[in-house]
Design a protein around this ligand. Sequence first.
Ligand code: FES
Length: 115
Amino acid sequence: MTMIERLWIDICPIEAIPARGCRVVHTQQGQIALFRTATGEVFALDNRCPHKGGPLSEGIVHDRQVTCPLHNWVIGLDDGEAKGADKGSVRRYPIRLEDGRVYIDVRLVPVSSAA
Ligand code: FES
């Protein structure tokens, strides 16, 4: 397994992301949507629906999923994958929660690590 050295960037206190809501961060990679679930988990995804680029940050958060506001595709926050019959995925970013603050690593996440 390949070890990945993380480059954590301090983004905001967790309270700055509304429960069952989202906060958008502007980065060199584009807009990243930080979602906070009802149970306090935080996930970071590109703010572009894999269907036609809709703003996922304006969608409805339910459990560990978000429903896109444009055509109602449901995207998993934990895996970035479209659910049901829809096919597609959105890029995810590693998250770290520490001392009530949210950190993300904005470098690309390898889909899998071989050997
Ligand atoms: S752009 Fe998101 S469902 Fe169509």
